[in-house]
Design a protein around this ligand. Structure first.
Ligand code: PLP
Length: 389
């Protein structure tokens, strides 16, 4: 082993926010203003995100999970409805179906992109299928053109969980206007942050109105929508909604963060180029595949260690990297393997590719604030496992 054995003094996380004085000032302005919530910063943030992706409408939520719940409500998902989704995602993308009483139907992944396999979606469609929730895993968009064709032909609503892919594009067009509704998350590990936060963008006015209603108790104050009107104080509840409103404190941070999005994505792409170059020569290490039509915004950099090439197990590799203060992770445990889903009747073996992926994957640190030295620390640590030939 030629690499240095020196360890980093501190743990390098796999992802982290990047805030500057401008972000902090923007939040302080709100704290000094009259509105901490339901004020002007929300609309400013919604407009900024909608304009960035080219969508007509945006509705901000407390977090991405609440936003997905809203999308399922707007899509009319209810008891007995099936929703096709990927097992290789965070729990929220299928839990939102359960919140509405629907049934998630897991469709296996493609072993190159790790996204839902567009070739298998049709085999999962039944008369009960109502929607498809796709996830742009790691920031690389799914084959959204093909999936949209399937959705249109079968009359299904298409929801895109784009928590990983803000700033990405497919076939030259930004993620955000392809699906019927697209969700972005603003958790600190995502591309830009509001602390906690999420948003749905859409071009569809009906969905937009439902989302607005859902995030605020299912209530309306619009006289045109009310069954009666007792006076200026009057409001009506028309659906079982929630309090899923984002605060202006969060939205102000989001407005300021959005200005940096393109620079953040650019820096992520630079780091990925270094990883791709420096790790290319390790036999049995599978680097991320890039679909020719997709331009990833690189939320995650996932590598797979093919067991037959390494003298250590994935777990040993993971633990060695962690011991060297490289904050590796595993994204994700296939959702249906969770005990809660097992109780619902899902079984191991359902999506063999996702399970095979899960056995071998490790996520390397990737976030814009990483220095070139941080990147080199990761590269050096991973190179330890290259077998001497
Ligand atoms: C982060 C994330 C979510 C949920 O977003 P939150 O803002 O944390 O609620 C949903 N789906 C995926 C794929 C995510 O990565």
């Amino acid at each position: 082993m030629s690499e240095s054995n020196q360890h980093r003094p501190n743990m390098l996380p796999y992802g982290q926010q990047w805030l500057d004085e401008g972000d902090i000032d923007s939040v302080i302005q709100v704290l000094k203003s009259d509105f901490l919530t339901q004020g002007p910063a929300i609309q400013a943030f919604e407009e900024k995100v909608a304009n960035y992706v080219g969508a007509k409408y945006a509705v901000a939520f407390t977090n991405g999970t609440a936003a997905l719940h809203g999308a399922c409500f707007a899509a009319g998902i209810g008891l007995g409805d099936e929703v096709i989704t990927t097992p290789l995602t965070f729990l929220a993308s299928s839990n939102c179906v359960l919140y509405q009483g629907g049934t998630p139907v897991f469709c296996d992944i493609d072993m190159e992109t790790y996204n839902i396999d567009a070739n298998q979606i049709e085999t999962k469609i039944t008369p009960s299928t109502k929607a498809i929730i796709v996830v742009d895993f790691s920031g690389q968009p799914v084959e959204i053109d093909r999936i949209l064709d399937i959705a249109r032909e079968k009359n299904l609503i298409l929801i895109e969980d784009a928590a990983h892919s803000l700033g990405a594009d497919y076939d030259g067009r930004k993620i955000g206007t392809w699906a019927d509704m697209t969700m972005f998350s603003f958790h600190p590990v995502k591309h830009v942050t509001t602390g906690e936060g999420g948003i749905i963008v859409t071009d569809n006015e009906t969905f937009y109105k439902k989302l607005i209603q859902f995030r605020s108790h299912g209530m309306t104050r619009n006289p045109d929508e009310m069954t009666q009107n007792d006076g200026p104080w009057y409001y009506e509840m028309h659906a079982l909604g929630y309090n899923y409103r984002m605060t202006d404190i969060q939205a102000a941070l989001g407005v300021s963060q959005m200005d940096k999005l393109d620079d953040f994505v650019q820096r992520r792409r630079e780091i990925v180029e270094i990883y791709n170059r420096e790790l290319a020569e390790i036999p049995g290490l599978v680097l991320p595949y890039q679909h020719p039509k997709a331009n990833s915004s690189w939320h995650l950099y996932v590598v797979r260690f093919l067991p037959e090439y390494f003298s250590y197990s994935r777990r040993e590799i993971f633990e060695t990297l962690r011991n060297r203060n490289i904050g590796v992770h595993v994204h994700y445990i296939p959702v249906y393997l969770q005990p809660y889903y097992q109780k619902l009747g899902y079984r191991k073996g359902l999506c063999p590719n996702a399970e095979r992926y899960y056995e071998t994957a490790i996520t390397l640190p990737l976030f814009p604030k990483m220095t070139d030295t941080d990147v080199k620390d990761v590269v050096d640590a991973v190179k330890i496992f290259r077998k001497e030939i």
